[in-house]
Design a protein around this ligand. Sequence first.
Ligand code: SF4
Length: 503
Amino acid sequence: MHIPNIRFGFATNSSSTHSIIVIKPDENIRDKIEEDYFGWEEFVLRSPSLKLDYLNSLINLSLKSDYNFSESFTQSIINSLYNSNITNILDIDHNSSISIPKEYGYNNPSIELIKDLMKFVLREDIVILGGNDNIEFEKFTDRKRFKFPLNFSNLKIDNNYIHYYKHLKYNPSIYARYETKYDYWTLFSSYPIPVKFQLDLKHYPDLNKIYLPDTPELVDLKITDYCDKECNFCYQGSSKKGKHAEENTIYNILWVLKELKVFEVALGGGEPTTHPHFKKILKNVVNYGMVPNFTTSRLDWMYEDPEIFDYVGGIGYTCTSNLDTKILDKILKDFNYFNTKLTIQIPMGCVTRNEFEYIVKYAKDRYLNILLLGFKKDGRAHKFNPIDYHWWCDIIEKNKIYYFGVDTSMLYEYLPILELKSDSVFFSSPEGSRSMYIDAIEQFIAPASYNIKNKYYMNEIKCPMKMVDFYIEKFNEFQNDALIKYKETLFLPLLGNNYEFVL
Ligand code: SF4
């Protein structure tokens, strides 16, 4: 059976579709353009001058509409890229426009990324196609299409999310960060679709090429060891006797993370919302241009101070029983936008099969994201006898959950199954290669919260700049260890931490 084309949902409009494609260099494809407009009508751009016209027109539109730059300022930026006056800027159909990402930490467009894009489109084998979604390019339709299984239909942008926009406290931008060691870009978008991906504009596809960042993209920051739940499966061993991290220690760490160009900070504990300065910590993360997320097992903070919600990118709510879903139910009714940032986290090995199925169905019925956390045998969990959870995949499939996340430990445990069912583009790297764990109470850094054998204490380092160097040096060590592990286990070049799967 052959299904040549499929579209989900009703058609409410028609629009232009422009594509940048890679062809064989000897392919005989010529320029074809009939209008002074990159819009709805079919066009093919192969010659360097036309491809640059197209790129300049895209840049021009983005600088004016996304950055509010004036006509003359936009023109002078484009001229400066060429050291000459560029006049052939045409209109681009708005449906095919792009946003030029910002330089990390600034409100300016990333000029270096634009320069790399220029070099990329000038490649002999790059062709730009224009047209609309009512036509097909006969010349290209019988070719093998590239595989890009991003299921955006599951990344919901509902009305609540759009209406909520005005309350957002962090900067809703797309940031670009250049990774010097492996020569590629990391792009991170915080709103409306939170997404992070690696972009290589220089090298030809090579499955063996490794893409690892210069500094962590994400930091897992433990700010308290206090938690009054005292679960007997707590791998952190948190309890009512647990201490909160010193406020200034946390702010110093955040400053260093900003210097390292970290995108996201996941606050954890213990129960992070019990830290007496929790909201101030969130504000500091935001002020440094990063996005704070956190994991919690309680939701009463939402009634005490709903503004906390405005500062965070994502909230992971730990669910182990039906009772937890009932608490969540009330919040979802009282705050109808709460679902927009919520992920239900299920610690595997701590929930029965029935509870798991109940929570999964609950999440599915409400279109909530699900993240499965593998069992970790540290802390109090050392003495805990985990519930066998080999049935998880059957339940996920039976309930037709097509989109969910797993953490690295779950990925390691079930790699063969996940490799079969999903695509490696969704897998990230072993822990310690893209992210880092910081315990602000004990003041040490390690590859991950459940991998603290190789930990390094930092309480002796007083100078902030030395702290930056220290983090970079240790992060390099974590990456090297992760690479050795990768080679030993023959994992795919891209392996996962906390990422989504399409089954
Ligand atoms: S597992 Fe979570 S909720 Fe339970 S004691 Fe530990 S931090 Fe608290």
